[in-house]
Write a protein that binds this ligand. Structure first.
Ligand code: ADP
Length: 178
């Protein structure tokens, strides 16, 4: 765990995001917000139909933006749905859009008095973002946010397998110098 200013901490763990006991989970959704595979499918399965019902009222979400629902049956009280970019060649605005996902998710968290949250590796599944680049962007954006704001106490990256976990762990050390 790496802490900034004494009370804003970041960590990487290997595991299933749906089991995390934090105020909010971030979901790597698609623009329809009406469900998909990967981490989106897992969150909707674990959280139950209430989340999808709330998503229907949100009229989708643009790539790089984030919207919030309650957490249904999850331990987490909220789910923040963000839409990562589909990776093409890295020259279609993908880095800015991916950074925006993390920033907007954190902004929505602060607006809703959320203090602890868990992120998956947004865009690193079917959306095909190269892992090292995605991890660097994710960690840089979150560190910058925590330096500028005192509202969030914990950002936990929950990585589904050992390979992705190692990449995010390295990026955390590199970005923070710890
Ligand atoms: P995207 O469409 O943004 O690429 P995916 O859901 O396909 O989203 O994948 C994003 C990341 O989430 C991938 O690294 C995938 O391995 C991971 N993932 C899938 N299920 C879970 C889960 N239950 N907990 C944490 N991470 C998960």
């Amino acid at each position: 765990m790496v802490c900034i200013g004494g009370n804003r901490c970041m960590e990487t763990v290997q595991g299933d995001i749906t089991l995390q006991k934090v105020d909010a989970l971030v979901n790597a959704a698609n623009t329809s917000l009406l469900g998909g595979g990967g981490v989106d499918g897992a969150i909707h399965r674990a959280g139950g139909p209430a989340i999808l019902e709330e998503c229907r009222a949100l009229n989708g979400c643009e790539t790089g933006d984030a919207k919030i629902t309650t957490g249904g049956n999850l331990f987490a009280s909220y789910v923040i749905h963000t839409v990562g970019p589909v990776y093409e060649d890295g020259k279609q605005g993908e880095p800015e859009l991916l950074a925006s996902c993390y920033r907007r998710s954190l902004e929505v968290a602060v607006e809703n008095h959320i203090q602890t949250l868990a992120f998956p590796a947004i865009s690193c599944g079917v959306y095909g973002y190269p892992l090292e680049e995605a991890a660097q962007i994710a960690l840089e954006e979150c560190v910058a946010f925590l330096k500028a704001s005192t509202a969030i106490r914990l950002v936990r990256f929950v990585l589904f397998n050992e390979t992705i976990h190692r990449v995010f762990q390295n990026a955390l050390s590199q970005v923070t110098g710890c």
